[in-house]
Design a protein around this ligand. Structure first.
Ligand code: AMP
Length: 249
């Protein structure tokens, strides 16, 4: 079985995100960038399937600027076999990403595509679903358990009311939730080995995909600063304030 894993380069989850001074977007200059945490979980799951003898090859793919190569190298250091970068300076929106992934799927013919449930920068939670729709493949989103059988994959999903298990026919699209696994740390020797693994670079035009944005960002603003709280000396004062000042009760 061949697995394609999508890995997005995003602002590191430990960094406090700031809007650019002109409000045109999020500041990324001199900001630590990392692999989207849900995509680390996707890579880990693919590696576990390979270690279990279920998967033969893992291909990691990232789409964006040249620096996305670093994200692919991280996936290769974790254990993916080879990488694909679809390089563009255009800001990619989920539909463009899904179309590019569809074109790569047509070439690579994987049995399973694993993505994160969402990217922590745009929080769109759209790409996996759009890709499944474009391919006409079944999808198992928000996966907390993935069990591959003969030509099938059972995906346990985290839904509002609890857990739901769906049986999908392969090929299929799976998106990962937080509880699926705990990604491994990358070991130094593996970082060195990853430098030698193959990494192919394409442009969107090579894949025949128009990546022009369909949405325009008008303005990016930071949320208003929260006022400092106060301490009250009795429950009676608290109730009084909630009633007469906050009008909350
Ligand atoms: P989103 O729909 O933007 O929240 O992203 C969901 C998932 O799609 C991410 O967790 C990634 O697995 C994948 N994805 C989205 N954009 C990219 C990208 N530019 N490069 C690689 N993977 C991406």
């Amino acid at each position: 079985m061949k697995i394609l894993v999508a890995v997005k380069r995003v602002v590191d989850y430990n960094v406090k995100v700031r809007a650019k001074a002109d409000g045109s977007g999020v500041e990324t200059t001199n900001v630590k960038m990392s692999m989207n945490p849900f995509d680390e979980i996707a890579v880990e799951e693919a590696i576990r399937l390979q270690e279990a003898g279920t998967a033969k090859e893992i291909v990691a793919i990232s789409l964006g600027i040249a620096a996305c190569q670093d994200t692919i190298r991280t996936a290769l250091a974790m254990g993916a076999d080879r990488g694909i970068l679809v390089e563009t300076e255009v800001e990619l929106q989920p539909l463009a990403v899904a179309k590019l992934l569809q074109a790569v799927v047509d070439q690579e013919k994987p049995d399973l595509v694993i993505l994160g449930k969402q990217a922590i920068d745009d929080d769109a939670n759209q790409t996996g679903q759009m890709l499944a729709a474009l391919l006409g493949w079944p999808q198992g989103t928000f996966a907390s358990k993935v069990e591959v059988g003969a030509g099938t994959v059972n995906v346990t999903r985290e839904v509002d009311g609890g857990l739901e298990t769906v049986a999908l026919k392969l090929p299929a699209v799976v998106t990962t939730d937080l509880r699926l696994n705990e990604p491994r740390f990358v070991k130094l020797p593996n970082i060195m080995k990853a430098k030698k693994k193959p990494l192919a670079v394409f442009k969107p035009a090579d894949l025949g995909v128009d990546v022009a944005p369909r949405l325009i960002t008008l303005k990016v603003q930071e949320p208003p600063k929260r006022q400092a709280g106060i301490k009250v000396d009795s429950v009676a004062t608290l109730v009084d304030k909630l009633h007469n000042e906050a009008h909350a009760i």
